[in-house]
Write a protein that binds this ligand. Structure first.
Ligand SMILES: Cc1cc2nc3c(=O)[nH]c(=O)nc-3n(C[C@H](O)[C@H](O)[C@H](O)COP(=O)(O)OP(=O)(O)OC[C@H]3O[C@@H](n4cnc5c(N)ncnc54)[C@H](O)[C@@H]3O)c2cc1C
Length: 161
């Protein structure tokens, strides 16, 4: 959640969503503070398996835009030399049928196909997807935010008013 105070933006939360939002805003020239109750290492983001795959996210139309943009960014980070903790991995995602995958997603993920019987247990799909090493990615995001002029403050918000 971002709240504007005069020309300064306050982002509440310093997990992957808050820090990523902070990076985008700070690198576009805004003055930004991230208020976080917890150190980044103590957030839910720090323990995420962090495989990129849109899963039950709403509203669907917006989530599709977010997902495609983040896929593009993670692919760039995986191909680049930044120590962002992002790499592309090929593997089998279990319990997913190819005909359940939305068309917009199937058309964008390179090499997406049904897994064969020898490739994994039960029904699955094989794909090459971004996988993020969060203990590396979160400090990298925080450093990138600070380098863009952002400020991280340990602060617990009790009311948005
Ligand atoms: C075991 C596990 C595996 C996962 N695997 C995946 C996966 O493979 N792929 C995937 O996409 N997602 C996965 N997730 C989900 C993913 O971790 C979350 O969707 C994501 O981390 C949410 O990020 P966030 O920044 O919104 O929240 P969080 O990381 O929870 O951060 C919340 C932030 O808000 C701050 N905060 C909270 N309350 C206050 C307050 N009152 N005042 C100030 N600050 C406050 C916290 O201190 C923290 O900084 C997984 C989650 C778990 C637990």
């Amino acid at each position: 959640m971002a709240r504007e105070l005069s020309d300064e933006i306050v982002v509440v939360g310093g997990g992957v969503v808050g820090l990523t939002t902070g990076v985008v805003l700070a690198e576009s020239g805004r003055r930004v503070r991230v208020w976080t109750r917890d150190a980044v290492e103590a957030t839910t983001s720090a323990v995420a398996g962090a495989l990129w795959w849109p899963y039950r996210i709403e509203p669907v139309a917006l989530a599709r835009t977010w997902a495609l943009r983040s896929l593009e960014v993670y692919e760039e980070l995986a191909a680049g030399s930044e120590p962002a903790g992002v790499r592309m991995v090929e593997g089998v995602m279990g319990d997913t049928r190819l005909d359940e995958v939305d068309g917009w997603l199937a058309g964008r993920v390179p090499g997406l196909r049904a897994a064969t019987a020898g490739e994994g247990p039960g029904t699955g799909i094989r794909a090459r997807l971004p996988l993020v090493d969060m203990p590396a990615h979160l400090p990298w995001l925080r450093d990138r935010f600070v380098a863009a002029g952002g400020v991280v403050e340990t602060r617990t918000v009790t009311s948005l008013t």
